[in-house]
Design a protein around this ligand. Structure first.
Ligand code: FAD
Ligand code: NAD
Length: 466
């Protein structure tokens, strides 16, 4: 039987990064993955394929709607070849997952293809291509998550689908109905809206992106409405039925009325659930809590002291970069180091266009905590760079402590915000004040100038260009 210092179960961004860091730190490492490709949800059916389709559909929208404004004329009709678009997305996925195979070899990590399940706290059975058993001093559970569902919905994976099927549709829906106005619903809704589908978003809460700052929800809602998407917030879905190629959804609005929506595809995107099926966690003494998460302490250690868990399968945001941070954290803990993660500084990004990005506390959270704060906000439309490219929607909002001026939260919606948020994370990591940000130079003309201007606005309303 092969023996290891560390076995990692699951090869998503949590698992494969943990394996690399363990190997870098001199531990003999095994990685177990039940599918034939590495990379987990993120690389195969999550972050990467969704961003490929967002990019392709964005190009199409630019070509059909905005090229003419720039004086670019394309004679004849511009058409979508969905089959080719999906094939390109798959090629991007294949190249990216292939890159993980390379990294495993480079770091001398033994990869086992098969379902890993605990026999006890130090022995793991593998069922599948590389069937057998291994022994590991430590194990890192990184088994990720799967789409959640509502108890009354039968996801048939043809017309009533999850994000996994929505990433490989064979036709552009005529009417794409989305249950859940969160990250997945809005990203994939925008993809198919751009490609010509009518889109209806049904959200249970009173706003889309209900966990983000309300200012961002409001602005993105405007963008979706401008694109003629139907946004039904405060609607409680009661039934989802399929009749041939038609899907019929009934939802109750705030007034108690039943609203019926008919379409040809329905995406169920109401969140994801931690995944531990088949893991046999109890045989190792690993406790699963009533939310289905592997229970961990502040060191990400489970109820079995030699077993750790990271990523979507434990508490916290279900984000690839959070899983990666936790993978590194556990590897370094096992090596005797004292790593640290500041969960408040894990940014959240929605890759719609305009992009939405945030870090730190929202206004709602500051109000609830009774923290006195000030707000500096700056609209992208006031920037030369935004007008030059034609991306004028959105703003940057900085929330700073009223007394100390320390930046407590940064919330932005606009072009390139997914990348701009890194400046806010850096500033907050070093506990910058709004005035600090306002005093260092930002290249002109850039979208980043909106961050400096918002910081100036937070510093006694000193914005220069509004
Ligand atoms: P996963 O990536 O889910 O990997 C878990 C792996 O474990 C899987 O490969 C699974 O097959 C394997 N596994 C499970 N059980 C076993 C077992 N018993 N034996 C062997 N193998 C097992 N996050 C972002 O930060 N940015 C984004 O842009 C983004 N976009 C997304 C878009 C979509 C459509 C979706 C669905 C998710 C997106 N996410 C995004 C979320 C991101 O994919 C997850 O947060 C991330 O993948 C979690 O990583 P993980 O390593 O915890 O688990
Ligand atoms: P989510 O939690 O972002 O959104 C789910 C939405 O569904 C929420 O707005 C919620 O209020 C709503 N909802 C819940 N029950 C409902 C009901 N009965 N009727 C109507 N609406 C209902 O979840 P998601 O969009 O499914 O994404 C799952 C996870 O994947 C998220 O945690 C997210 O972090 C991750 N993800 C991240 C990215 C990114 O970082 N860009 C992209 C996609 C997914």
């Amino acid at each position: 039987m092969n023996t290891y210092d560390v076995a990692v179960i699951g090869s998503g961004p949590g698992g494969y990064v943990a394996a690399i860091r363990c190997a870098q730190l001199g531990m003999k490492t095994a990685l177990i993955e039940k599918y034939s490709t590495l990379g987990g949800t993120c690389l195969n059916v999550g972050c990467i394929p969704s961003k490929a389709l967002l990019s392709s559909s964005h190009h199409y929208e630019e070509a059909t709607k905005h090229f003419a404004d720039h004086g670019i004329e394309i004679p004849g009709e511009i058409k979508v070849n969905l089959e080719k678009m999906i094939a390109r997305k798959q090629a991007v996925v294949d190249q990216t997952t292939g890159g993980i195979d390379f990294l495993m070899k480079k770091n001398n990590i033994d990869v086992y293809e098969g379902l890993g399940s605990f026999k006890d706290a130090t022995h793991i059975k593998i069922e599948g291509k590389d069937a057998g058993e291994i022994e590991a001093k430590h194990t890192i559970i990184a088994t990720g998550s799967k789409p959640s569902n509502l108890p009354f919905i039968n996801i048939d994976k043809e017309r009533i689908i999850t994000s996994t099927e929505a990433l490989k549709l064979k036709e552009v829906p005529k009417h794409f109905i989305i249950i859940g106005g969160g990250v997945i619903g809005l990203e994939l809704g925008q993809v198919y809206r751009r490609l010509g589908a009518e889109v209806t978003v049904i959200e249970y809460m009173d706003r889309i992106l209900p966990t983000m700052d309300a200012g961002l929800s409001k602005e993105l809602n405007k963008v979706f409405k401008k694109a003629k998407c139907k946004m039904l917030v405060s609607h409680k879905v009661q039934s989802v039925e399929r009749n041939g190629d038609e899907v019929i959804i009934k939802a109750e609005n705030k007034k108690g009325e039943i609203v019926e929506v008919k379409g040809d595809y329905c995406l169920v995107s109401v969140g994801r659930r931690p995944y531990t099926d088949g893991l046999n966690a109890e045989a190792a003494g690993v406790k699963i809590n009533d939310r289905g998460q592997v229970e961990v302490n502040e060191h990400l250690q489970t109820s079995a002291s030699n077993i750790y868990a990271i990523g979507d399968v434990v508490r916290g945001a279900m984000l690839a970069h959070k899983a990666e941070e936790e993978g590194v954290f556990v590897a370094e803990t096992l090596a005797g180091q004292k790593p640290h993660i500041d969960y408040n500084l894990i940014p959240g990004v929605v890759y719609t266009w305009p992009e939405v990005a945030a870090v730190g506390k929202t206004e709602e959270e500051l109000k609830e905590a009774g923290t006195e704060y000030k707000v500096g906000q700056f609209p992208f439309r006031a920037l030369g760079r935004a007008r030059a490219s034609g991306d004028i929607d959105g703003f940057v909002k900085i929330l700073a402590d009223k007394t100390t001026d320390e930046v407590l939260g940064v919330h932005m919606i606009g072009a390139r915000c997914a990348d701009l948020i890194a400046e806010a994370v850096t500033a907050m990591e070093f506990r910058a004040s709004a005035e600090d940000i306002s005093r260092y130079s930002h290249a002109h003309p850039t979208f980043a100038e909106a961050i400096k201007e918002a910081a100036l606005a937070a510093t006694d309303g000193r914005a220069l260009h509004v």
